[in-house]
Design a binder for this molecule. Structure first.
Ligand code: KIV
Ligand code: ZN
Length: 547
């Protein structure tokens, strides 16, 4: 397909909200460092705006937004805030150090939200919106205003509030389909009318933010673009509240694949899509369904004989996009035990990872370990090693060895050796199966009372010596969910690694929460009780270590 000339007026701003709305997905809790890793990858993907979080929501959110603002260069960093003064000030303090920042303030505009949720009249809501935008403008000239639940709002009221928000200084107006209710044909008309009726609409960029409750988030986002929206808010892998948000990769690739009927374009470096999707899946523990468009493992697989025959004759018979265009490397250049450090570094560069020398050393050592177990190490294996390495979760508990006896009439029995800090600890436990016995053992060593919420295994590469990747989701006593992944050619070992990683993450999280509370001088009774509990647990694990 011949490439058409791209004009600036058709550039669609990609506003990524994986770290804010995406993080609101049940169980998608990320540590501050994981959020930073994701933000750095989003910068490589070249998104225009990163909504890094909702700083007023918690000290952890504030810290993540501030860290991202200070360390991620390229994209504009946005902080979400409601219309209240304290909310706006907190968001500003979190984003003020970014090279480019944005305040994103919102209020609900639908009759049901105004009446039932806010208990405000439409007149009061308009005033709150105007005041909030004006307050944001005192800090920055990049202000976005969102009409929450816009698609269930009355058009005349929307026109009024949007006009006043623009007058107050909003530079982006976002029209969200908050509950995923709109139909594309209806959304096209609504947005077109809104833009044409608002007298000062030329002073702002119109945006949309669609949820996927009816599976129409991407279709509605494209419909908004047809009507003149030049910003879309979306997430990697379509993460987000309930059924999720519009998926970034689907919108971007739809525009890229059909320039013949849609002139709008994005500045996304599409070859970073696959890597970004993997990273987000890894840190959130929410795997992508195999048949997910663009990034699912089957998206470029052709099983049926008739398809394979066509593909061999000409790829375009069944493939509308090239797998290379999303960075799905097809290089089969595998490494093995004779590959040296140079070859390993070359491979890292080829698949696009930049590691510092300490990280390279650790990753190389892991690679050599893997070579002892596996003849041919593929790109996917290396991605797994590197993703583990860049997460930097401190290892309070470090696995040394896992042994299990099971099968037939033998009761599954695990024996585990672990470092708890600097001390070596050994434990044994019996379980209903091999994984259960391993998990009982780890619980005994760590002294943590954990509930296993989810457990899944998948093979990272093909073949009998494929790495099995286990993902677990656990809930601690405060009911927060933490994920851990572990890879090994031995699935039981991978299961132990995943569980230990999730526990380390939970402890790291808890320690950070305690530190943030101490820093902010907040020690409510409930929290200090929790702190005592943490101390008691660490003591318990330490006592075991001395045995
Ligand atoms: O879904 C929604 O309306 C939102 C707003 C805060 C933009 O997430
Ligand atoms: Zn949303």
């Amino acid at each position: 397909m011949a490439k058409k000339k791209q004009s600036e007026k058709d550039r669609v701003i990609i506003f990524d909200t994986t770290l804010r709305d995406g993080e609101q997905s049940p169980g998608a809790t990320m540590t501050v460092n994981e959020k930073l890793q994701v933000a750095q990858q989003l910068a490589r993907l070249n998104v225009d705006v990163i909504e890094a979080g909702f700083p007023f929501a918690s000290p952890g959110d504030f810290e993540a937004v501030q860290l991202i603002s200070r360390h991620v260069h390229g994209p504009t960093i946005a902080g979400l805030c409601r219309t209240e003064k304290a909310d706006i000030e907190r968001a500003w303090n979190a984003v003020k150090d970014a090279d480019r920042n944005r305040l994103h303030t919102f209020i609900a505009t639908s009759p049901i939200h105004m009446k039932k949720k806010l208990g405000k009249t439409p007149k009061q809501v308009v005033k709150m919106a105007q005041d909030a935008v004006a307050r944001c403008r005192r800090f920055t000239d990049n202000v976005e205003f969102s009409c929450e639940d816009a698609t269930r709002s009355e058009l005349d009221f929307l026109c009024e509030i949007v006009e006043k928000a623009i007058d107050a200084g909003a530079t982006t107006i976002n029209i969200p389909d908050t509950v995923g209710y709109a139909m594309p044909q209806e959304f096209i008309v609504m947005l077109r009318e809104l833009i044409s009726k608002v007298p000062n609409s030329n002073k702002a960029i119109f945006s949309t933010h669609c949820h996927n409750d009816l599976g129409l988030a991407v279709a509605n986002s494209l419909a908004a673009i047809v009507s003149g929206a030049r910003q879309v808010e979306c997430t990697i892998n379509g993460l987000g509240e309930r059924a999720g948000n519009a998926s970034l990769e689907e919108i971007v690739m739809a525009l890229r694949t059909r320039p013949d009927i849609m002139k709008p374009w994005t500045g996304i470096v599409t070859t970073e899509i696959y890597r970004t999707s993997r990273l987000v899946a890894r840190v959130t523990g929410i795997n992508v369904q195999p048949n997910k468009a663009i990034v699912g493992s089957n998206a470029f697989a052709h099983e049926a004989g008739i398809h394979q025959d066509g593909m061999l004759k000409d790829k375009r018979t069944y493939e509308i996009m090239d797998a290379d265009s999303i960075g799905l490397s097809k290089s089969n250049l595998v490494l093995g035990k004779h590959s040296g450090r140079h070859a390993f570094i070359d491979k890292l560069n080829e698949i696009g990872y930049e590691l510092d020398s300490a990280q390279i050393n650790k990753a190389f050592a892991e690679f050599k370990n893997l070579c002892d177990k596996k003849k041919a190490v593929s790109d996917h294996d290396i991605m797994s090693i590197v993703e583990d390495e860049i997460m930097h979760i401190p290892e309070t508990f470090k696995l040394i060895s896992v042994n299990v006896m099971c099968g037939g009439r033998v009761k599954a029995t695990a024996m585990i050796e672990m470092y708890v800090g600097d001390s070596k600890v050994e434990e044994a436990a019996i379980g209903v199966g091999p994984v259960d016995s391993v998990y009982q053992c780890i619980r005994k060593i760590t002294g943590e009372d954990i509930q296993l919420v989810d457990f899944s295994v998948k093979s990272v590469t093909g073949g009998i010596d494929a790495i099995g990747e286990v993902t677990v989701r656990i809930a601690g006593d405060d009911k927060n969910i933490f994920t851990g992944k572990g890879g090994s050619v031995d699935i039981i070992e991978a299961s132990a690694k995943a569980y230990t990683t999730a526990i380390n993450k939970m402890i790291f999280w808890r320690e950070n929460e305690n530190r943030r509370e101490a820093d902010s001088g907040k020690t409510p009774e409930k929290k200090s009780a929790k702190k005592k509990k943490t101390k008691k647990k660490t003591k318990k694990a330490g006592a075991k270590a001395k045995k």
